[in-house]
Design a protein around this ligand. Sequence first.
Ligand code: CP3
Length: 346
Amino acid sequence: MSPSPAATDSTFLRAARGEEVDHTPVWYMRQAGRSLPEYLKVREGIAMLDSCMDPELIVEITMQPVRRYGVDAAIFFSDIVLPVKAVGVDLDIKPGIGPVVAEPVRTLADVHRIPDLTPEHVTYITQAVQGLTAELGATPLIGFAGAPFTVASYLVEGGPSKEHARTKAMMHAAPEVWDALMKKITQISTAFLKVQVDAGASAVQLFDSWAGALTPRDYAEKVMPYSSQVLAEAGTWGVPRTHFGVGTTNLLTLMGEAGADVVGVDWRTPLTRGIELVGDRAVQGNLDPTLVFAPTEVMLERAAAVIEEGRAAKGHIFNLGHGVIPSTNPDQLKKLTEFVQSYPLR
Ligand code: CP3
């Protein structure tokens, strides 16, 4: 199968390709899961990673924000560590903490123990995407994967990290281990994206959430070559590629050059500045995710400013500057979605 033909002319895909749109398309990173009461209900008694392996549950959770908010795109419900779990790495997602790896990767032998990902490892992903594209109709489904650096950080640190110190130490002290690990994750992330696109996903997003911890030099020399390989391969599938990280003002130009059609801009970077930095590419973002806790009129006034700034871009997809915060009131996101979709562009 190829990308869902029904979604080809959707506002999201048009904006990602830099074509004219009737309204600024909007979706939210981490819209599936986390804040919705209907999500918490279906997840009761089911561990996070188990829910990511159950096609019916994946379809239901992915659809929930589409039904509630009427957003312009769905994001596939899974996690960036799911593919490494699928090939056999012993890890878990602990509530309120995040991914925790039983035996962190430190040596070449550790890397060589990790198998490549094949579609047979993730048949539930294929089933879920097929079910979703049928149910979504003209609403595009965004497939995603973690970028090599961000996934490597979890594998090397053994869990969430602020400094990414062990990861950076491996990069510089054991370059051959670093290269082997980054190549391994490049294969896994690329194959995971391919499974989603082959089953009908219309776009892909590569999350390099923690790349902002890197200097531009280390990013360019030690990280970008691998992300570029993932994005180059995805470029042969005919779907737009979004590349996103947090705290990346100093990396935005490189993240675009890595091979993105759309560059995600976090909320700390003024969107106008982000547009200058990425040049002839579309942008995605970038309302501060905490603005949902402000009075509605303040949130909407800031949203209007983001839309106005976005007009200068080759294409603009409205989003938060990072994921939906778990305590977000869904009524605020509903109002925000309606506001963005009805904001006059002409
Ligand atoms: O919209 C969506 O939620 C789609 C699915 C999705 C999840 N994780 C589900 C999830 C996506 C796109 C991700 C990506 C992801 N996972 C990233 C990149 C995006 C980003 O936010 O920068 C990262 C860094 C991870 C790793 C991860 N998984 C973290 C840091 C956490 C949070 C831990 C916590 O509980 O606060 C997770 C867990 C996770 N992934 C949850 C969900 C819905 C929460 C777990 C739960 O509901 O039990």
